[in-house]
Design a protein around this ligand. Structure first.
Ligand SMILES: [Fe+2]
Length: 198
């Protein structure tokens, strides 16, 4: 568990995830910050920057960098789809879903000092017991975030039986696929787009 006060944790999360400040709705931005901050303070990770994107990927592929990439890709996707097709997609809500889509990994993964894992991490007991995405959804519900935002996090993963049913959830689902598959191809691993159910 990191030895930081809640205020220090907030400051560190703000520093590592500057995209939180892109959310114009201050209440929503603060809720995203509180979820990340509490998830980190109650995790086994001393340094937020060492949490991997995945146990299978090299350790330089971190959760923070992945979260930032998905958020930035999603922001551009909203821009393109609204400008060229005139589709209504809420940018604040898309950013919130993107920022929170993998926050559960702070508890789903744990450091693995054995040297057997390329990332230096493994799935925790929590990560083996709970379906990916569940914990983030629970923390969002505890913060009073609405069910369509929670749906966006639950539907982002190919492990979910729930198909994205809002434009914001669709955007984050594919933004996550882009960043994940770029990293998986680079590492010579099986792509997310090949893991879908028929
Ligand atoms: Fe995920």
């Amino acid at each position: 568990m990191p030895s930081v006060t809640p205020a220090e944790a907030d400051a560190r999360v703000r520093e590592h995830l500057p995209e939180i400040q892109w959310i114009k709705d201050r209440e929503l931005a603060e809720a995203v910050l509180r979820i990340w901050s509490r998830a980190w303070r109650t995790s086994v990770w001393a340094d937020l920057r060492t949490v991997p994107k995945s146990p299978d990927l090299p350790e330089r592929r971190t959760l923070i960098t992945h979260t930032r990439a998905v958020t930035q890709i999603a922001e551009r996707m909203v821009d393109v789809e609204t400008a060229l097709h005139g589709v209504s997609i809420d940018l604040d809500r898309t950013l919130a879903i993107a920022l929170l889509h993998d926050v559960c990994k702070l508890h789903e993964f744990a450091p693995d000092p054995s040297g057997d894992s390329p990332s230096g991490a493994r799935f925790s007991r929590t990560g083996r017991l709970y379906q990916h995405g569940y914990l983030g959804a629970q923390w969002m519900a505890e913060e009073g975030l609405d069910e369509e935002l929670i749906h966006g996090v639950l539907a982002h993963t190919p492990l979910s039986s729930v198909v994205p049913q809002t434009q914001e959830a669709v955007v984050v689902h594919y933004a996550d696929f882009v960043d994940s598959d770029v990293q998986l191809l680079d590492a010579g691993l099986r792509l997310f787009c090949k893991r879908r159910q028929p």
